[in-house]
Design a protein around this ligand. Structure first.
Ligand SMILES: [Fe+2]
Ligand SMILES: [Fe+2]
Length: 470
């Protein structure tokens, strides 16, 4: 059943009303969720109409319906892609078995952990972005921010549905915990590092949606392969929503670059700061920060957890069908060890290197985005070229987390990092400068001075459409 039943208190396409117990449990969680949204979600804009898209079906085409809605009235619900007939586990020790419709008992804890870790990122990002509405550079951008926010909220719903329906009492407790942790709270933080970083300005927001939401894309791609069918189907639908988040990041950074290039072109020899633009090298430092922090989210290079998740059939590789061998038992992954200041090559059993395999795909995808930004510079006749920092740069997790490396991945001598990091990562002065430019622009069609207008509007609407009714 693909059509979504909006007549229910909780919109869904999983025939929720046939399971009264589950329905009641979720209906009890719903007001807590709304409380969380009001206290930890976007500040102050909850009474305004926002031009948002809402899922109407899970079909590939035409699933979205656009209309004005105040955010707390957004119809958060439970949408899974359609069940595939005779779906099989696609990889690992259970390859070829019928996909599981119930939790396989022996893997219950691993599965719960995977779901909770994914779930935790969703409300975290909403919390990180909660103040940004106040400094939106245009109504178009404000609307995109809120669209991302409501969809992250929906992703939380998707995961909480799995916890409630398949994990009994501990699932319900985990669902409650998801509303209790807070991004950046020292006593009760979110689970993963990047999701506790402040996202206090719009350049950070665009970098976050570019790099951190893209981590989300790859985690979802790997979970969309899961032999646990309800998880796979949840993640497949989440991926369709995720694409817009990365579009916001990719084009957002591009528009900042474009504006700076324009200012440079119109005022040769002048400091773009004085003209209200963001210098390209400062943008590069933001990229270095968010890209490296997000690279850490894939975990350690060599990981027995990753191996367990793969062998059990719970978490695959992105686009598993592109591989010939779904067992991953024969091959090794060549990996660079860094010990006592020296590199050496090591062959790791492929299953233990699954984090690294996923990270490789992620980095490749990021590189395409950076090329896109460089084309903006090229078109403007500006010589500056952006680059992704090396995967060893600024890591806190895994093989490279103990030492320091520059953006090219070269190990640094004692003391160099502390002295030079301001060349690579945003400084206090950078952040203050970016913050000084953050002022809300609310006239339809107008943009703040540090960002170019979008190439086109949302849902075929013009750029000067009133995307938020303030
Ligand atoms: Fe998400
Ligand atoms: Fe996202």
């Amino acid at each position: 059943m693909t059509s979504i039943d909006y007549s229910q208190k909780i919109p869904n396409n999983v025939d929720l009303s046939s399971d009264k117990r589950l329905q009641r449990a979720l209906e009890r969680w719903q007001p807590d969720y709304i409380d969380w949204w009001r206290s930890a979600g976007p500040t102050d804009f909850n009474e305004h109409d926002v031009y948002l898209r809402t899922a109407v079906s899970v079909d590939r085409d035409g699933w979205a319906n656009f209309g004005y809605v105040p955010m707390p009235d957004y119809r958060w619900g439970i949408f899974l892609t359609e069940r595939e007939a005779d779906r099989r586990v696609g990889f690992g020790d259970h390859e070829g078995d019928a996909a599981w419709q119930e939790v396989p008992g022996e893997y219950r804890n691993w599965l719960r952990r995977l779901i909770v870790t994914q779930a935790d990122t969703e409300p975290a990002s909403v919390e990180q972005q909660r103040l940004l509405g106040h400094t939106a550079p245009s109504l178009y951008d404000m609307r995109n921010l809120f669209q991302v926010n409501v969809e992250e909220g929906r992703h939380l719903w998707a995961m909480v549905y799995l916890l409630h329906s398949f994990f009994g009492r501990d699932g319900r407790e985990e669902a409650d915990e998801l509303l209790d942790r807070r991004s950046g709270n020292p006593d009760h933080p979110r689970i993963l590092g990047t999701f506790n970083e402040p996202c206090a300005d719009w350049l950070s927001f665009f970098c976050f949606t570019m790099f951190t939401d893209r981590d989300g894309k790859f985690q979802l791609l790997a979970l969309a392969e899961s032999g646990f069918d309800p998880l796979a189907r949840s993640c497949r639908f989440m991926l369709t929503e995720e694409a817009h988040h990365m579009f916001v990041g990719q084009t957002g950074v591009a528009r900042v670059i474009q504006r700076t290039c324009e200012l440079m072109d119109e005022n040769p020899g002048k400091d773009v700061r004085e003209l209200g633009g963001i210098p390209l090298d400062l943008i590069q430092r933001y990229i270095n920060f968010w890209a490296s922090s997000s690279v850490d989210l894939f975990g350690a290079e060599v990981s027995s957890n990753a191996s367990n998740f793969f062998r059990s059939g719970l978490k695959g590789r992105a686009w598993e069908e592109r591989y010939d061998d779904h067992q991953a038992l024969e091959n090794a992954y060549e990996f660079e060890r860094f010990q006592d200041g020296a590199f050496s090559t090591e062959q790791v059993p492929l299953r233990n290197a699954m984090n690294e395999v996923l990270r490789d795909e992620y980095i490749k995808d990021n590189e395409k985005g950076v090329e896109y930004w460089n084309r903006v510079c090229e078109k403007a006749g500006v010589g500056f070229r952006f680059r992704l920092p090396h995967r060893r740069f600024n890591r806190s997790i895994g093989e490279y987390g103990e030492a320091h490396f520059d953006v090219e991945g070269k190990p640094l001598a004692e003391g160099v990092w502390e002295r030079e990091m301001g060349r690579w990562l945003p400084t206090e002065a950078d952040r203050e400068f970016v913050q000084s430019l953050m002022q809300r622009v609310t006239e339809p069609g107008r943009m703040a001075g540090w960002i170019a207008p979008p190439a086109k509007g949302i849902d075929g609407k013009p750029a000067d459409f009133e995307y938020v009714l303030l």
